[in-house]
Design a protein around this ligand. Sequence first.
Ligand SMILES: NC(=O)c1ccc[n+]([C@@H]2O[C@H](COP(=O)([O-])OP(=O)(O)OC[C@H]3O[C@@H](n4cnc5c(N)ncnc54)[C@H](O)[C@@H]3O)[C@@H](O)[C@H]2O)c1
Length: 370
Amino acid sequence: MFKNVFQGKKVLVTGHTGFKGSWLSLWLMKLGAEVHGLSKEVFDDPSHFHLLHLDEKLASHNLVDIRDFESTKGVFEKVQPDIVFHLAAEAIVKTCLDQPKDAFDVNLGGSVNILESIRSTPSIKAAVMITSDKCYENVEWDFGYREPDRLGGKDPYSASKACAEICFSAYYRSYFCHRKDLGIATARAGNVIGGGDWANYRIIPDAMRAIESGKDLIIRAPRATRPWQLVLEPLSGYLNLASELYLKSSSSELVGESFNFGPPTETEISVNGVLEEIKKRIPSLKWIVDEKDPYAKNEAGLLKLNCDKALRRLHWVATLNFSETIDFTSEWYNHWLDKKDITEISTHQISRFEQRAKERGILWAQSNEK
Ligand SMILES: NC(=O)c1ccc[n+]([C@@H]2O[C@H](COP(=O)([O-])OP(=O)(O)OC[C@H]3O[C@@H](n4cnc5c(N)ncnc54)[C@H](O)[C@@H]3O)[C@@H](O)[C@H]2O)c1
């Protein structure tokens, strides 16, 4: 997998206590990496991070706020990582709308602190900065956004992610382009679903909380379509990108670039369609529609990603179809609702995802020639 790049490497994951970060940390450990985490305190209860007991399993678990530059830089100095994944962010659009200063302080200021820490850490050979599909100025196109398209954002979350992209570009063109031993790029993915997400204002976690409390889920925008993909899909893209950056750090095909990682277009299904599919697998799910909720107006319309660049330069494509994505997600939450062991199901899902990718001929999953 991933040309064996992660075996024995020191990898620093920011946002390792979050939804994507906990899955990424687990996957990296499975790939043989020495994983170090940097995040602020975990407030979600339950949390995938705690259910996996990652605080006991990681090489180091650093509780640091990325707005604090000295402490952030201190973790980089202590760990001396080979590879960095930056995921720490205020990741919820609604929270960013309520607290815009925090959104910019964390997603822009915090990202600058990470770039600055990378700049002063010569051990780093590859780094992937995770932003979002929402970094694009959403002009409600019917076709997919490509990497050179205009950045922007009418809400604080989207704008803060666009700002992080612009800062990355300035750091790359001013400093990192002179470091021939460092491969660095940004990754832009859309909404993800999958086991282990309990964030507020996201449809699957809201659905699971409703099931657990025996209530109906209330949905605001039943016809809104999103490019649903399993959390492991963009993570496979981030790992693929980091492994190639590590091996070919001076390649202009990859370094200083940005990459979209999204699902094939047939997975653009409405919120209602997703809930109907989940109900087939978790029958206790029930929902009602409230289109009068004022927050519904702030939700961006359809935003598709064109992933041709990832295909051409990395040979990356998504692994699962929509039905399999819902199978993985429902299986995980059924497991959790039945109070079964979470490390077992999460590790098993990563293995099955790797196996499917291998069977489908996806390059990152093939074994092992460097
Ligand atoms: N989940 C999605 O659908 C999605 C879609 C597109 C992009 N993203 C991006 O992927 C990344 C991870 O998203 P997620 O869904 O795992 O989010 P999450 O909210 O589950 O996790 C966020 C992580 O960042 C950490 N964090 C937040 N503020 C911090 C601070 N000030 N200092 C240090 N750590 C801080 C949290 O502790 C947590 O570990 C984010 O950059 C997010 O914007 C997520």
